[in-house]
Design a protein around this ligand. Structure first.
Ligand SMILES: *[C@@H]1O[C@H](CO)[C@@H](O)[C@H](O)[C@H]1NC(C)=O
Ligand SMILES: *[C@@H]1O[C@H](CO)[C@@H](O)[C@H](O)[C@H]1NC(C)=O
Length: 323
């Protein structure tokens, strides 16, 4: 019996030894694998480490040197403007907007990533319907949408960082030979650019314009500035309402005065986010203030012609704050 018990103990010890060796080997293998994942592709998540311009976060390997592990996702589109466009050679979204996201995230030491999506997933604005939040931002597909001007309607739904551009003026336009005046739109037909903040709800806020609250049969929406200009020139609509784009001023008559109020925008281009993302707005605003204090903001603005000058857009003195 005693011998049996000894034999049993020896077998048990052997089994335990085998099990622990296997566990040790498995442990070492899994450690090596997870180490390999972060190191193997050599692409840090922090997008700013690739530009060679950032200093402090230059060596960050994803989470290691950042203040937290989170990757902040920012939706961006491209509309062939100096603010955001698709660069065909690198096949990335470039422009003043991405430059600002890079710089602010770098100062804040946050891992940020641009995510391409259609604009409608950030903000949905269909003719004849109330403008409203889009499923991408409302549904948390990303943390924020870049470059959205603040409007009263958007403020009903979303929360914003401080603006990083000036707002753009809005104006009313008519055909060169038109006798229509801006302060009476009674029974006139008016065109709007679909999805833009200069919409019929904004026009209705102009109490100094008679008939500014239009009925449905006076409202026409267009997908592009060129289509709206054609409609004015062909007499389909009497008046066009929109941002002061160069296409409008070069082909139509400006009928609103030079000091026409902008009742559409509550602030320039900002990061638009959900009300629950106070944390994002706090660190962004703090880092953006430091960007301005250090003069880096002005450097980015003044580099626009060199970096993005081959793309159409406003002058940096119009885009940027403080010029
Ligand atoms: C506007 O149209 C309505 C209905 O067609 C008409 O009764 C009214 O006189 C028009 N007002 C002006 C100022 O033309
Ligand atoms: C309207 O007038 C402006 C300024 O005089 C001119 O540049 C433009 O070509 C004119 N548009 C048309 C369609 O004739």
């Amino acid at each position: 019996m005693a011998q049996d018990r000894n034999l049993l103990t020896v077998i048990l010890v052997c089994c335990l030894t085998v099990v622990s060796i296997v566990a040790l080997v498995l442990g070492i293998i899994s450690l090596n694998q997870s180490g390999g994942e972060t190191g193997s592709d050599g692409q840090p998540i922090n997008i700013f480490t690739q530009s060679g311009q950032s200093s402090s976060s230059g060596s960050s390997l994803a989470s290691s040197s950042s203040s937290d592990d989170k990757v902040w996702l920012f939706a961006i589109g491209h509309y062939d403007d100096i603010l955001e466009y698709l660069d065909e050679t690198t096949y990335t979204i470039k422009g003043f907007g991405p430059d600002i996201v890079d710089a602010v995230c770098s100062i804040a030491n946050k891992n940020c990533q641009l995510v391409y999506d259609v604009y409608e997933h950030c903000w949905d604005n269909q003719a004849g319907e109330r403008p409203r939040g889009g499923p991408g931002l409302m549904g948390g597909w990303y943390d924020g949408c870049t470059g959205w001007v603040q409007t009263l309607d958007r403020l009903l739904t979303y929360y914003f960082t401080v603006p990083y551009t000036n707002g753009r003026a809005v104006a009313l336009f008519a055909k060169n030979d038109s006798t229509v005046t801006y302060n009476d739109l009674t029974n006139l037909t008016v065109g709007f650019l679909d999805g833009w903040n200069s919409d019929e709800f904004c026009l209705a806020r102009y109490k100094n314009i008679v008939g500014s609250t239009l009925s449905a049969n006076q409202i026409f929406h267009y997908q592009s500035a060129d289509l709206m200009i054609d409609a004015v020139l062909n007499g389909v609509i009497d008046v066009a309402f929109g941002e002061l784009l160069s296409q409008f001023t070069s082909s139509l008559k400006l009928i609103s005065p030079p000091d026409f109020d902008n009742n559409c925008q509550a602030g320039g281009a900002s990061i638009m986010t959900r009300h629950t993302n106070r944390d994002l707005v706090n660190w962004w605003n703090d880092a953006f203030q430091r960007l301005r204090d250090r003069g880096r903001y002005n450097e980015i603005c003044e580099a626009i012609p060199e970096r993005h000058g081959h793309i159409a857009g406003q002058d940096y003195t119009e885009i940027c704050l403080g010029y």
